[in-house]
Design a protein around this ligand. Sequence first.
Ligand SMILES: Cc1ncc(COP(=O)(O)O)c(C=O)c1O
Length: 358
Amino acid sequence: MVDLRSDTVTRPTAAMRQAMAEAEVGDDVFGEDPTVRRLEERVAELLGKEAGLFVPSGVMGNQIALRVHTRPGDEVVVAERSHLYHYEAGAPAALWGVQLRPVGDASGVLTAADVAGVVQGANDWEARTRLVCVENTVNKAGGVAVPSAAVAPVAEAARAHGLALHLDGARLWNAAVALGETPAGLAAPFDTVTVCLSKGLGAPVGSVLAGSAETIRHARRARKLLGGGMRQSGVLAAAALVALDDFERDGHALVRADHARARRLADAVEQAGLALVRPPDTNIVLFETPEPAAEAVAGLEAAGVRTVPFGPHAVRATLHRDVDDAGLDRAVAALSERYQDRAHVANKSDVTPGVSPT
Ligand SMILES: Cc1ncc(COP(=O)(O)O)c(C=O)c1O
């Protein structure tokens, strides 16, 4: 079986397992786990921020960011395609009493006008806009990599209105490699950044929230409030440190390979007569299916390829480090076999909220 459901399905490598077994650990709630500290410092440095906080998941990183930037009754501007809006279980309302203001188009890339057009709070009857969240890459739009040149005017508009900025960089590593920019460069305009080690980098568990030392001090308390204070979590951080070593090796060869395979898969999708939602920037391939997505996914699974529905007629396939060229070949063969006799392009349906968040 070739599992293209998400880049979260990777298993720890032998080197990760060894590092986990040998990790030097302590009680991280007391701030005494040296391996967690090493990870937090390394990620903060890679992102050009003062401090980092190891958290169990990307959702927790994003939600802690909302906590530190907002008060109940505030409003947060997000892209309509954002993970925060679609896939975080209503947490902003449930946990913090804040509402999201979804804006923007199907690319998931915010513009300055999107932000400036909705800022409010001067009148008593308006929610107060406090925060703008940008996602990079944009998962729901098909792994779109957002260059810093596109972020700069958004950040400028946000600052002009006194708003804070958070980056959901679950796949910021992929964005940086695709764009030829650094993670720190892409993170520069933001007060806080969430990055995941458990997606494009292939670590088994964990994300880091980075920001100023003061913000991360508040974030630490919010992590505890959410039950995210872990004890000997150095066993997890150790695997994440190996994943970072792997990421940085040979000019980011592993992530580059995932992106190249995504382009090959996208070519195969088109050769099978299907339409891409857009050509892949990174490791995610989003395509339209003539039949209902659930049917397409079931058919591909029967042929040995696991994907996820991403809308009524849209399917997502994600490349990751556990898929090699042989796996990709099997996926390509399954696609062309399924669609060779039905090579008609799907109705151009828009991608509506799907069922898979990761
Ligand atoms: C863009 C984005 N942000 C945040 C998350 C949440 O990460 P996690 O599944 O680790 O909570 C995901 C993945 O699910 C994601 O794709």
